[in-house]
Design a protein around this ligand. Structure first.
Ligand code: FAD
Length: 400
């Protein structure tokens, strides 16, 4: 949706093809942070050392389905290769460069759709319960510092003064200065959709099955049996992007990190900002819908059913964080589109310059949607994007 709006801002005519309502995919259930500080990938040396517990523990924020890992051994091996310290630094620089422009991509859209009321300017907070956990995060926090992330270390008393509702042990906190969050991401996308229609955009409620690029345009075959032709085609179907045949995604290692949320509409926990509990692997965010506990990573098949153990984990940890909570009003599973090097794929397909890839935004797609749209619409116009994103092209995997 962000790409569609940016393309309209650049004077292009846009048709969106999607079988589902706007904002009903993974963008429905995030932790709602505009995480401009999130340049540290989940790839880290500690993933390699803690592999046994990832395979067998029900109490880890990151779990791995053994059979899925075997079936997708190439993705897994590539993911693990990207957990080396030198790679983590390089990935952090790539993400940091993109995140540095995230607000510039988002703010014009927020202004266009008059969504300032859905944004809350309140510093996001990370909290560690243990010294071991905090010290284990030193490399990542150092990477943030080197990427120029504005942050302030805070002690337990200050964390409790900021957020008195927190009941878990607190060793240290990090306050990400100048950050913000979204009160209701679905409303945000719905307003984008309304603006898109107002700008003359058309929506076709059908899945794209395949695309066939030619010298003058791209023929798009839809699930309802119809076809249409466009000058350019943008693949922005998140974790499902591989289902579009002929777009050059089939040969790319697009994987999925499944993540969950539980939302408590009726709760007494007064929270003023998203608080990421580092050891537990999730955020608690005060949303318009209530208190949302969102996060964790499950490396498993896109089509596997929701894992009740993961939802139980979130509910259990939520009560450790806030004390008693009434039962959740909603539970949800979402699919982060993730490349094994944690960088998105943004750029022309090797199949044709008329097909542009825009997927793989893993944990930070809400944050990076705007800047991705700006870059993609520049590419479609044949203009040089303000940011050099050649390293984000899918060709990085073809030459590997
Ligand atoms: C638990 C959790 C917490 C998160 N928290 C945050 C956060 O705090 N901050 C942040 O920035 N990010 C967060 N994220 C990540 C973010 O939600 C994702 O990166 C982002 O939603 C991905 O957006 P997308 O548009 O690529 O995919 P989606 O939102 O999944 O949209 C894909 C769209 O493509 C459509 N589609 C599928 N197949 C086809 C087809 N064949 N043809 C046409 N259309 C198709 C789908 O119907 C859908 O509408 C979180 C993710 C999870 C799971």
């Amino acid at each position: 949706m962000s790409t569609a709006l940016w393309a309209q801002r650049r004077g292009l005519r846009v048709v969106i093809c999607d079988p589902n309502p706007a904002g009903s995919g993974t963008t429905f259930g995030p932790a709602c942070t505009i995480a401009t500080y999130a340049c540290v990938p989940i790839n880290s040396p500690s993933v390699i050392t803690s592999l046994p517990s990832l395979l067998f523990s029900k109490d880890s924020p990151l779990i791995l389905n053994y059979w899925h890992a075997i079936k997708n051994s190439r993705w897994m091996l590539s993911f693990l290769a990207n957990c080396r310290s030198s790679r983590v630094d390089a990935i952090g620089s790539g993400l940091g460069a993109l995140l540095g422009h995230a607000n510039a991509g988002l703010d014009p859209l927020i202004a266009d759709i008059e969504a300032e009321d859905l944004m809350v300017n309140e510093d996001c907070l990370y909290v560690w319960s243990t010294q071991k956990g905090f010290e284990g995060a030193a490399q990542g926090n150092d990477l943030r510092r080197r990427q120029g992330v504005a942050m302030q270390e805070v002690g337990p008393a200050e964390v409790r003064a900021l957020e008195p509702a927190l009941q878990m042990p607190i060793y240290r906190g990090l306050r990400f200065q100048g950050t913000r969050f979204v009160l209701h991401p679905q409303k945000l996308v719905e307003r984008m959709q309304r603006q898109f229609v107002k700008n003359g955009g058309a929506t076709i409620t059908a899945a794209v099955q395949s695309v066939d690029p030619g010298s003058t345009g791209v023929t798009v075959k839809l699930g309802d049996g119809s076809t249409l032709t466009a000058g350019h085609f943008v693949v922005a179907a998140g974790a499902h992007s591989k289902s579009i045949k002929g777009a050059g995604v089939e040969v790319l290692p697009l994987g999925v990190e499944r993540g969950y949320n539980v939302t408590y509409a009726n709760h007494r926990a007064k929270l003023t900002r998203p608080v990421g509990w580092a050891e537990a692997g999730f955020y608690a965010t005060p949303m318009e819908l209530g208190l949302r506990i969102a996060g964790t990573v499950e490396l498993d098949n896109l089509n596997a059913p929701p894992n009740p153990d993961r939802l139980a984990y979130l509910r259990r940890r939520a009560t450790q964080m806030f004390g008693y909570l009434d039962g959740p009003s909603d539970e949800w599973l979402g699919y982060r589109p993730t490349m094994p090097d944690a960088l998105p794929v943004i750029g022309p397909s090797h199949v044709s310059g008329r097909i542009i890839h825009a997927f793989g935004h893993q944990h930070i797609g809400l944050t990076l949607g705007g800047i991705t749209g700006q870059i993609v619409s520049d590419m479609v116009r044949g203009q040089q994007p303000q940011l050099d994103v050649s390293a984000l092209s899918g060709s990085r995997f073809r030459s590997a």
